[in-house]
Ligand binder design. Structure first.
Ligand code: ATP
Ligand code: MG
Length: 265
């Protein structure tokens, strides 16, 4: 059975998609069969993996509201062991359509779809910057939630609301959901603020913040425009190495062995 993780933070631009895409690519690189589920109408995970969202005829949208068998919408990427259930801009319409459904059906759709997906070690779900019906579907469908947090002023703002939503989902819909961890992103070691933010967040979520901190990296931000994950586009860049370290930390935490070490220096 695949481990399913949802990456969520209703704050926009904190690094959810970048984290999903780079972790997934790292996992696939090391032989873990990985499926990325793009549950965001912005389709950033889809484009970051080199697909043209506007040219796709089958996507998570048709699966969620049109009853298309999920296998028919999953595509392989250019990288071995890395598949994608893509999104299209039309997914925005799913919000309206799903909200017209009865409550349980509305939020449990993705969980049902993913329960029928076989052949992966990991399923990583990217969610949009809101706590709406798509994000709740993504939380109901997962065993763990990973929360990327940007190292900036007011980083903790909004996290109370997110934690509350996670608790509600745990109580009412998905008792198996756990907070898998918080990832600090876009860290700038030159600023004292970034360091303060990291310690503040560590204090707020004791033992829940990953050791691996992702630095601000031009290479990571360039990679999507080439349709490649940063760990493929610039594997020796600081950002890529940080994501590889994070992937190893996550995998080891899940009981896997990873035979990879960052190069010294
Ligand atoms: P949204 O809420 O809109 O879905 P997001 O949380 O998924 O956003 P990303 O799209 O991953 O965030 O990142 C936002 C922007 O910041 C992107 O342009 C991305 O390339 C850039 N970015 C992400 N992580 C880093 C980093 N470590 N260093 C530099 N730029 C980064
Ligand atoms: Mg995103």
């Amino acid at each position: 059975m695949a481990l399913r993780y949802t990456f969520a933070n209703q704050k926009g631009g904190v690094g959810k998609t970048t984290t999903v895409v780079n972790l997934a690519a790292s996992m696939a690189l090391w032989g873990f069969r990985t499926l990325v589920v793009d549950a965001d109408p912005q389709c950033n995970a889809t484009t970051s993996l080199g697909l043209d969202a506007r040219a796709l005829e089958r996507s998570v949208y048709e699966v969620l509201v049109g009853g298309l068998p999920v296998r028919q919408a999953i595509v392989s990427t250019r990288w071995d062991g890395l598949d994608l259930l893509p999104s299209t801009p039309g997914l925005a319409g799913a919000t309206v359509e799903l909200n017209a459904e009865p409550a349980q059906e509305r939020v449990g759709r993705l969980a049902r779809v993913l329960a029928g997906v076989e052949g992966y070690d990991y399923v990583l779900v990217d969610s949009p910057p809101s706590l709406g019906v798509l994000t709740v579907n993504a939380l109901v469908a997962a065993q763990g939630v990973v929360v990327p947090v940007q190292c900036e002023y007011l980083a903790l703002e909004g996290l109370t609301q997110l934690t509350h939503t996670i608790t509600l989902v745990q109580r009412a819909l998905n008792p198996n959901l756990a907070l898998r961890g918080v990832v600090m992103t876009m860290f700038d070691r030159r600023t004292t603020l970034a360091n303060e933010v990291v310690s503040q967040v560590r204090k707020h979520f004791p033992k829940r913040v990953f050791e691996s901190v992702i630095p601000r990296s031009v290479r990571l931000s360039e990679a999507p425009s080439y349709g490649e994950p940063g760990v493929v586009y610039a594997p020796r860049s600081q950002g890529a190495v940080a994501y590889l370290c994070l992937a190893r930390e996550l995998l080891v935490g899940d009981g896997h062995t990873v035979d990879w070490e960052p190069e010294p220096g």
